[in-house]
Write a protein that binds this ligand. Structure first.
Ligand code: FAD
Length: 426
């Protein structure tokens, strides 16, 4: 039977595995296998909420094994490290569990059609000290680490009976850096309700952007409104036109050698694809290690290998020039097309080209406000913007669970909210 292997069960890969499982897998036309380095999926755009503690990942994560069972695909737990195109196999690293004795040796998985959807990691642009001293926001583990470290620093101050104003620097004034800064501020306000030795003002956030303004990918008006809100309402120090040149244990240095003091530093200034994709068995990649793909989402040098989402460099399609941006909505649209293209490939039919439809962007400032632009660059804010922002995640859930189950999850989540603290406190 034709074997379709999808590597990476993120925003795009899990939607694709689910769609293909429900169609080709269920009817026995192909065997669908998903490989991921983790056992559970959490939608990456939620990571800043996990980092702040406003969302408990344990309540929103989805088990790959369960999703596979419900949707007629197989799941393999493993991290892809290599590829042998001649033999049509991918290589997975060996691993050792926390408790079970012995090690699982490196293994190979055979494919007829391979789809790579391994996402992206933070790009430190080779800035000295960043790897050693900054926290990234690449995975649930990173987000949990950030949250836990902030909590422990606060608990330590309380136990030792000293007052403590925590200084956090967030590097990168794009959507991730902006949303994280706002979410951390909001979390501090909520924390103060549980921990009376800590006030809402005991957090000092500096948001640093190399370019002249925040949110360079969004209209200038949104960038300006967001900056005003962050400065005036949330008390965040915003530094634009400030490229970070070096990180040390207790702060960052700009191009002029000025020091920005910080106890914790979070790097959110751009992305690149995971390093193992660089010239992976002769596949073509760009300077960000993204695999180059044609409009059909097939890699430029191998018809049997597709790539999409953040790890692929894909033309926008139609008359537009440029590449598809690394966004969840792009991964979602590509997963929809790929589900059709993989089926067409099996039937020997021609594949359709991808065309990106930009439905706009939304930036959430936690419970303070939401800004964005929707179709036709119409700028919106407030509850209307928040409604559309929240519906993005609901769309992802619908693609995974279907509408009826998503509705039940929403209702269940709403009820459970009133029985839990406002913030994850452990
Ligand atoms: C804090 C934050 C907020 C964001 N907000 C938004 C937003 O509001 N709107 C928006 O459109 N986009 C947003 N994004 C971007 C969005 O999350 C990504 O564009 C999207 O997740 C990309 O989907 P993907 O399927 O390509 O990769 P991912 O969703 O990152 O999934 C990659 C998967 O591959 C797995 N994997 C990685 N390497 C390997 C390997 N070697 N072997 C096996 N498995 C592997 C990972 O475990 C993961 O499950 C945000 C990103 C962040 C970090």
């Amino acid at each position: 039977m034709h074997r379709v292997v999808i590597v990476g069960g993120g925003a795009g890969g899990l939607e694709l595995a689910t769609r293909l499982g429900k169609t080709l897998g269920r009817s026995g036309r192909a065997r669908i296998t998903l490989v991921d380095a983790n056992l559970t999926h959490i939608w990456k755009p939620l990571l800043h909420e996990v980092a702040a503690g406003s969302l408990d990942a344990a309540n929103d994560e989805l088990s790959y094994l369960a999703q596979a069972k419900w949707n007629h695909f197989d799941f393999i737990y493993g991290r892809m490290t290599g590829l042998d195109r001649r033999r049509h196999v991918i290589q997975l690293a060996g691993w050792k569990g926390m408790y079970a004795p012995g090690e699982v040796p490196p293994t190979e998985v055979r494919y007829d059609t391979l789809v790579l959807a391994v996402g992206s990691v933070c790009n430190d642009f080779g800035t000295p000290g960043v790897r050693e001293h900054c926290i990234f926001l690449d995975s649930r583990h990173d987000a949990e680490r950030l949250r836990r470290e902030m909590l422990e620093r606060r608990l330590a101050a309380v136990t030792e009976g000293r007052s403590h104003r925590l200084r956090v620097a967030v590097i990168g004034g794009g959507a991730t850096g902006v949303e994280l800064s706002a979410e951390l501020c909001d979390a501090q306000r909520k924390l103060a309700q549980y921990n009376h030795q800590q006030g809402a003002e005991d957090l000092d956030i500096t948001l640093i952007e190399a370019g002249p303004r925040l949110l360079p990918a969004l209209p200038e008006q949104i960038g300006a409104s967001v900056e005003k809100e962050l400065r005036n309402k949330l008390g965040i120090r915003v530094l634009t036109g400030t490229p970070v040149k070096r990180a040390e244990a207790d702060g960052l240095f700009d191009a002029q050698g000025n020091k920005i003091d910080a106890e914790m530093m979070v790097w959110a200034a751009g992305i690149r694809a995971p390093g193992f994709l660089r010239e992976l068995d002769g596949l073509e990649s760009n300077h960000l290690d993204q695999l180059l793909v044609r409009p059909t989402l097939q890699t430029t040098r191998d018809d049997d290998i597709f790539a999409f989402g953040d790890c692929a460099s894909c033309p926008l399609g139609g008359d537009a020039t440029g590449n598809v941006p690394p966004r969840a909505q792009a991964a979602h649209q590509q997963a929809e097309l790929l589900a059709q293209n993989v089926a067409s490939r099996l039937e020997g039919k021609p594949l359709r080209p991808f065309q990106y439809h930009d439905h706009g962007s939304l930036v959430s400032l936690a419970s303070y406000n939401t800004f964005g632009n929707l179709l036709g660059n119409r700028v919106i804010e407030g509850w209307v913007a928040h409604f559309f922002y929240a519906s993005l995640y609901r769309m992802h859930q619908s693609a995974l669970y279907g509408h009826w189950r998503t509705t039940r999850l929403m209702v269940g989540g709403f009820i459970a909210k009133n029985t839990r603290p406002l913030l994850k406190l452990h």
